[in-house]
Design a binder for this molecule. Structure first.
Ligand SMILES: Nc1ncnc2c1ncn2[C@@H]1O[C@H](COP(=O)(O)OP(=O)(O)OP(=O)(O)O)[C@@H](O)[C@H]1O
Length: 496
């Protein structure tokens, strides 16, 4: 039965950073260290610790990979052992490390860190037991294959396995704690022993209407003490055109990334509250799942291009989703037409202008048919003409295709004719949200990011300070001209 959670504002989700390939990086490093130690290690009283086992135990305890991944790590360890083994039957390592993988995985997943003060005994115990199980398997197979007498097995080999086990029980913590410190300092590890959260068993109910609903979201990046978002709540309705603005470091990108699930899944960190995208709680879905509802175009959009030609770029993601060729052709054609790049399938990406590259990325995202398009500072690398063209294209997608658009933007003037809603952020908080006019007034009143208010509207606010009011806000040049003309016709403007 699923557990019901009514109040998502109290919900906490923690995740170590960049999770997906951390286990691979750390285990590769640990196995390399294990191999070096194995080659140079002297034996003590005839016994050599098994460095490879100690090192894979450390890697598995540190990264908690799935059991399948544990097996992968241990099979690589076994292969390395086979190449360097002096044993009469080195292939026994594949069998012994098979069991070793599951024992180490069991310690990582199911055995709590048994602590004496701040010191965890788990590495020592895991090192000892994994080595004993692996060693027992190895010598048993060796005995069977080589026909070794039972006496030798019982009184020679098994005690030797126990001795190596004890040795590994001693060396494993000596490898584990420095490795933990090292990988923490490289930001590969979470700061504490806090497990990655799992929300799969919860029923999470969206409290606000909207295709995106951010509910009491507080978020801290890994290894940061400062909240990047602080109790942020907002909702985006279908068909909205929302512009998120605010000074550098206000939290705009962080907010956008939380809508796409990159926070918490890619960045890790600690998240309180919840974000619902297309009705899905982001902590319960992968970034790939959420991509069917939301498409993200990064500020460094060129980094999103992975192929050489326009046609290949369009097909790339669709092929990965397993769409048949006909469907890929249909979606590509439609999406390219929407961004006015139709007929350019054969063009090399390197021959496209900056603006065209951006359109290509938008088309590739559109081909996945999301409901929401998110742009992080899309105009930062464009010239004024490029900025105008960009907003005309996005305005058309919003108006004609009914796409919901969310843009993090510093250039408010260009976005103003299209935006239905503005959101002002500062220091991780939403300071004001509403119509562009309401928000720009709040910017002036609170002296937050005043310099971003378009000159035209700033002129209106200055004139209002002088006691002159206007019928229509100066949101575009035509309205401004009309308002001024009306004021002249009525005298020198309406005095407040
Ligand atoms: N990967 C990260 N790790 C730690 N802190 C981060 C990370 N990315 C951003 N921050 C911090 O989070 C806060 C919000 O940053 P964010 O990039 O969301 O702001 P922004 O409003 O998009 O700024 P800009 O307009 O400069 O892009 C800042 O204090 C920033 O230093």
């Amino acid at each position: 039965m699923m557990e019901q959670v009514m109040d998502v504002s109290k919900l906490v989700f923690t995740k170590a950073r960049g999770g997906r390939f951390r286990w691979l990086t750390i285990s590769t490093l640990m196995l390399a260290i294990g191999m070096l130690l194995h080659l140079v290690s002297p034996s003590v009283a005839g016994f050599t610790p098994n460095w490879m086992i100690a090192c894979y135990v450390v890697a598995i305890l540190l990264t908690k990979p799935s059991y399948k991944q544990c097996l992968g790590i241990c099979m690589v360890a076994a292969l390395m052992e086979v190449f360097t083994s002096k044993s009469a039957f080195p292939y026994g390592d594949f069998a012994s490390e098979f069991f070793g993988a599951y024992v180490a995985g069991f310690f990582a997943h199911s055995v709590p860190p048994i602590k004496i003060g701040k010191f965890s005994l788990r590495p020592a115990i895991a090192g000892f037991i994994t080595t004993c199980v692996s060693g027992f398997t190895f010598v048993s197979i060796l005995t069977l294959v080589m026909g070794i007498p039972m006496k030798v097995y019982l009184y020679g080999m098994l005690p030797a396995v126990a001795m190596v086990g004890i040795g590994n029980g001693i060396i494993t913590p000596f490898l584990y704690f420095p490795a933990l410190r090292l990988f923490k300092s490289m930001h590969y590890m979470a700061e504490s022993d806090v497990e990655d959260s799992d929300h799969s068993g919860l029923v999470l109910k969206q409290q606000q209407e909207g295709v995106i609903s951010v509910e009491h979201l507080t978020y801290t990046y890994p290894f940061s003490k400062k909240k990047a978002l602080d109790n942020v709540s907002m909702a985006v309705s279908k068909g909205d055109f929302v512009v998120v603005t605010g000074p550098n470091g206000a939290g705009k990108t962080t907010l956008l990334m939380s809508m796409a699930g990159a926070i918490p899944h890619y960045y890790g960190g600690t998240m309180e509250g919840m974000v619902f995208t297309g009705g899905k709680a982001v902590t319960q879905h992968t970034i790939a799942d959420l991509a069917s509802s939301i498409g993200v175009i990064l500020s460094d959009y060129k980094a999103q291009i992975v192929t050489l030609t326009v046609g290949e770029e369009m097909a790339f993601t669709l092929e990965n989703h397993g769409f048949p060729p006909d469907e890929i052709r249909r979606r590509s054609k439609e999406a390219l037409a929407k961004v006015h790049l139709d007929g350019l399938e054969e063009r090399k990406v390197s021959t496209l202008s900056g603006g065209q590259c951006q359109r290509l990325v938008v088309a590739a995202v559109l081909a996945e048919e999301p409901e929401v398009l998110v742009f992080d500072e899309p105009t930062s690398a464009l010239d004024p003409e490029g900025i105008r063209e960009f907003y005309e294209m996005v305005g058309e997608l919003n108006r004609k295709e009914g796409l919901t658009v969310i843009v993090a933007e510093h250039h408010l003037e260009a976005a103003l004719p299209f935006a239905k809603k503005f959101i002002l952020m500062n220091q991780g908080k939403i300071i004001s949200q509403g119509t562009p006019e309401e928000v720009m007034r709040a910017m002036k009143q609170n002296h937050i990011y005043e310099e971003a208010i378009p000159d035209m509207y700033r002129a209106q606010l200055t004139l209002e300070d002088q006691g002159i009011s206007f019928e229509k806000p100066f949101l575009n040049i035509r309205d401004a001209e009309q308002s001024v003309m009306d004021s002249f016709e009525k005298g020198e403007g309406k005095h407040a």
